[in-house]
Design a protein around this ligand. Sequence first.
Ligand code: FES
Ligand code: FES
Length: 160
Amino acid sequence: MKPHRLAMSVNGEKVETLFAPYKTLLEVLREDLALTGTKHGCELGECGACTVLLDGAPVLSCLVLGMECEGRSVQTIEGLARGPDLHPLQAAFADFGGSQCGYCTPGVIMAAKALLETNPSPTRDQIKEATAGNLCRCTGYQQIVDAVEDAARRLKEEAR
Ligand code: FES
Ligand code: FES
């Protein structure tokens, strides 16, 4: 099968890669671009572990073909930290126990980032709704909602 050539922006940098045309965005990120922060879960669109932002909106990268991403902008968990400093979402997840085994965390954080970019002061119900597609076996979800709520507060303080 002829490899497909793709140019897109990943975490603000232009990348070009050649890959088998049947691959999903999740596989291109992990296998061709070595960005393994985005997790492989069910590959059926049911767990949310593979959530990334595509042109700013959360998508399940296991359900997006790599070849659909030509010229588009992808954000993954690797692009979140600010140099040596954690993004406020990452810091809040660490402080509030929102990340335990950590397998769901990259996907939850990317879904939460998309929420906070459009709604800087979400209610707890809005946080639950925005992260409802992200399954977590460890936290019971309470700590995830606490962490996103606190990250919203930290981001608002930064913006003052
Ligand atoms: S791996 Fe994509 S939703 Fe589960
Ligand atoms: S922290 Fe383990 S699955 Fe969420």
